[in-house]
Design a protein around this ligand. Structure first.
Ligand code: SAH
Length: 278
């Protein structure tokens, strides 16, 4: 991702939410209406922050510290969030410059929450086609719901979950999504084809897990690389990879199999061999 940023394929900016909290303590949370444990993030602070980032985009993005390349994002503790800090960060793909006018464009607002729609490879592809993503990771029990209602009238707003578990804060969820999206941007990966072979990649791999992979040497600690991969026979190799993807999915994620589209005859045979009774 560092190289992608250097090459101008991708621009990531971090913003400190507390910059828009105006009391001496820079308070971003308050007690929940209706009672109960935990705190809720204040709508005024998020509103000002999001407005500022959106408006700032028309010219220079203001108030942002720019993430360091590769792994340096947490250098200044902005993303790490151990301090209970929150942020708004933007991901700007190259498509932006090519596709839309610079002035007046708006971002897609992405709010990580366990109660959101599931982040999947298809969603990652959808996001990779967007010129500008604005992430709003929360802490505590989340952001006052009116913030999402307010911006839904102006922006495309997504509440998104990265999985069925609960994190302490949304920063790690944002890192997960940024990595998944960034590697899909043209020019980020060395080999664009590897994206279409990935597990879950829309197309032939939709709802399938990628099978095992090997490199040299041909024998390591007595473990051999499957013969077919050394055969140089492209057709047989492709068939073997497909069988292994079906096998692995059958063993590890059987619930995915009913959704696999366009099974050919050889696929159906491979599945029948895996499950002779079914
Ligand atoms: N009480 C909330 C959880 C709050 S967790 C609930 O039960 O839904 C605090 C923050 O961590 C969330 O607001 C969100 O920003 C982030 N977070 C936690 N789990 C997440 C997940 N699975 N996906 C995306 N974001 C998550």
């Amino acid at each position: 991702m560092g190289k992608a940023r250097e090459r101008g394929i991708l621009d990531i900016r971090l913003h400190q939410l507390r910059d828009w909290a105006h009391d001496v303590h820079h308070t971003v949370d308050d007690t929940p209406y209706g009672g109960g444990p935990g705190m809720v993030m204040k709508p005024e602070v998020w509103g000002e922050a999001i407005d500022a980032v959106i408006v700032g985009s028309a010219g220079e993005v203001s108030g942002g510290s720019i993430a360091e390349p590769s792994g340096g994002i947490s250098d200044d503790g902005v993303v790490a969030g151990s301090s209970g800090e929150s942020l708004v960060s933007g991901l700007e793909g190259e498509a932006a410059a090519v596709r839309g006018p610079v002035v007046g464009r708006t971002p897609r607002l992405i709010v990580p929450t366990p109660s959101g729609r599931r982040f999947t490879q298809s969603v990652a592809l959808e996001y990779a086609a967007e010129p500008w993503l604005l992430f709003a990771p929360a802490r505590y029990e989340g952001i006052d719901s009116r913030v999402m209602v307010e911006y839904a009238s102006r922006l495309h707003v997504d509440e998104v979950s990265i999985g069925d578990y609960v994190l302490a804060g949304g920063e790690a969820a944002v890192l997960v999504m940024v990595e998944a999206v960034a590697r899909l941007l043209p020019g980020v990966l060395g080999n664009a084809n590897s994206v279409t072979d990935d597990s879950f990649a829309p197309g032939a791999m939709q709802n399938l897990l990628e099978g095992p992979v090997y490199t040299k040497p041909p024998v390591w600690r007595g473990h051999e690389v499957p013969d077919v991969l050394l055969s140089g026979h492209h057709g047989k190799i492709a068939r073997w990879r497909r069988d292994e993807a079906l096998r692995r999915t059958y063993v590890r994620r059987p619930e995915l199999l009913p959704a696999v589209q366009d099974l050919d005859k050889a696929d159906r045979q491979a599945l029948a061999d895996l499950n002779p009774d079914g």
